[in-house]
Design a protein around this ligand. Structure first.
Ligand code: XMP
Length: 517
């Protein structure tokens, strides 16, 4: 793999994704890895990421000079570039001059090395205080900026490179060119990490892990569980049984997409648990958001366990035993919850509507090495319905946390209609890719006066919450075109009984969360 050494500024995942976009497999490792540990992973190349530190700060992570003698191509980025310069005897100066954001960068001499194909004057994304003032011996200075006399360098003979800016960020106009120059010209790698290869490799691994045992998988209606199950189905066919708990909190058409379209596309054996009444009864009279979430999580586990028992009994009757459980864990979850390899614990992964703790199964996690966009690509490769593969994020507790107030059957029906209209109009406007997600929220405890036809109404407002985001940690409200908002508003107030007002949420996150509960 190409190893991305994480110096802790959340750029590492982005770098790893960009490398994979170039069809090269990459993995993230913590900066606490010694040179020996790095080399033990047999890296094809190493990228040192940016980080928040100054190389002069107390306890700043450094990089051993021995890494650069190992014959492995290395690219240093931002902090990684400075740490590399310092380790090899270059000069890093505390200029007190910060460069932050879009910065003009000038190529020195002709465009060459990792800057091949990049114009003399390019726009790069910077974020640094210290600057490299002298390149180490044997290095050629490739570019400079007003604040950084050495903004990029190369030692072709040793395949060592560095850039002060962040090529992984889309604001660096030629960032991907620089990364690909490093991968294909500097490190001479082959672009062989493709969706087809991922599927083949995972199918083989799953077969090897499961053997002839039986395996069970929960489908949520979301992308991850759908793709994970489809991979397992491809690998072991009928040894897999999927369980779908229909809690009645899904949006219009979603249960059918699982029960009909997904089954048709994959041929998976599906056990459906119709548990709408269980959830409605448990949620009756409850209005507190956290309580709702807890109840939904608890009931989900109970419902899943009941369904699981039925599946286990069926397997036993056939003389088999269920030994494995499929989980749609993604690579960012693995990295962020420590990676099992001592990476910094940024956040422990939450999994609402998750599974019981006293697991009697061994886990099968075919998406453990994949980023979300790769999961979608694999899903498409496997022929899954686009409604599922392209689905925007949707919370586990579903519409239960989008009804502000008590959850009832009528209110669910009303919200489902309003949500379906809003989504259909967004799709018709061709803007699905411009919004991260668009929660549609029913303020069931609020009523306002309206006038419809000849009469006065006293109805509920619907809130539209379209947001743009990279990772849901922060978000901004989407500037949707007024005519689209007008169409959604007209249709919802005309077509959904009980709604006489549509309002737009114009709050970023923070301070607002994306969901209302
Ligand atoms: P917030 O509201 O915290 O949401 O800004 C961030 C992202 O997480 C989704 N979300 C959930 N996803 N189970 C999930 O699987 C949950 O309980 C849950 N709550 C929020 C939300 O839709 C957004 O994408």
């Amino acid at each position: 793999p190409v190893l991305v050494v994480d110096y802790g500024a959340q750029y590492a995942q982005l770098i790893a994704r960009r490398v994979r976009e170039a069809n090269v497999y990459s993995e993230i490792v913590p900066h606490t890895y010694t040179t020996e540990q790095l080399l033990a992973k047999n890296p094809a190349a190493i990228i040192l990421s940016g980080g928040p530190s100054s190389v002069y700060a107390d306890g700043a992570p450094n990089v051993g000079a021995d890494l650069f003698e190992a014959g492995v191509p290395v690219l240093g980025i931002c902090y990684g570039f400075q740490a590399m310069a310092a380790a090899l005897g270059g000069k890093v100066a505390r200029t007190g001059l910060r460069e932050y954001g879009a910065t003009d960068t000038t190529t020195i001499g002709e465009a060459r090395s990792i800057l091949a194909g990049v114009p003399t004057l390019q726009n790069t994304w910077m974020s640094h205080g210290d600057s490299v003032h002298e390149a180490p011996e044997g290095f050629d200075v490739l570019a400079s900026t007003a604040g950084a006399p050495v903004a990029a360098f190369a030692n072709e003979a040793k395949a060592l490179y560095g850039v002060q800016w962040h090529p992984e960020v889309k604001h660096s106009s030629f960032g991907q060119t620089v990364l690909e120059n490093f991968l294909f010209k500097g490190a001479k790698l082959e672009p062989n990490w493709t969706t087809g290869n991922i599927v083949e490799e995972q199918v083989e691994r799953i077969r090897a892990q499961i053997g002839t045992a039986k395996v069970i998988c929960g489908l949520s209606g979301g992308v991850d569980s759908a793709v994970a199950a489809a991979l397992v189905q491809r690998a072991v066919g009928d040894q897999l049984t999927c369980v779908f708990v229909d809690h009645g909190l899904l949006r219009e058409g979603e249960a059918e997409q699982v029960e009909r379209d997904y089954v048709a596309a994959t041929g998976v054996k599906l056990h459906v648990a119709n548990e709408q009444q269980r959830f409605l009864s448990a949620l009756a009279g409850v209005t507190d958001p956290e309580t709702k979430r807890k109840i939904i999580g608890r009931e989900f586990i109970r419902a899943f366990e009941a369904a699981e028992k039925a599946v286990l009994a069926e397997a036993a009757a056939e003389g088999g035993q269920v030994q494995f459980l499929v989980q749609g864990t993604l690579y960012p979850d693995v990295v962020e919850s420590g990676g099992g390899e001592g990476a910094a614990n940024i956040k422990s992964h939450h999994n609402v509507g998750g599974l019981p703790e006293d697991l009697q199964f061994e886990l099968v996690e075919p998406l453990r090495t994949l980023f979300k966009d790769e999961v979608r690509a694999v899903g498409r490769q496997l022929g899954l319905p686009e409604e599922i593969v392209g689905r925007q994020p949707f919370p586990g507790p579903g519409l239960g946390i989008r009804i502000i107030g008590e959850v009832t059957e009528d209110r669910l029906a009303l919200l489902r209609r309003a949500d379906a209209i809003a989504r259909a109009e967004l799709t018709a406007a061709g803007l699905d890719d411009d919004v991260w997600q668009m929660p549609v929220v029913l303020l069931a405890d609020v009523r306002s006066v309206g006038v419809q036809g000849d009469g006065r109404t006293y109805g509920h407002p619907i809130v539209l919450r379209p947001v743009s985001s990279e990772d849901a940690m922060t978000a901004d409200w989407s500037r949707l075109p007024f005519d689209l908002l007008a169409r959604i508003s007209n249709r919802i107030t005309n077509e959904v009984d009980g709604v006489n007002r549509v309002v737009l949420d114009v709050t970023s996150k923070p301070p607002g969360t994306i969901e209302w509960e």
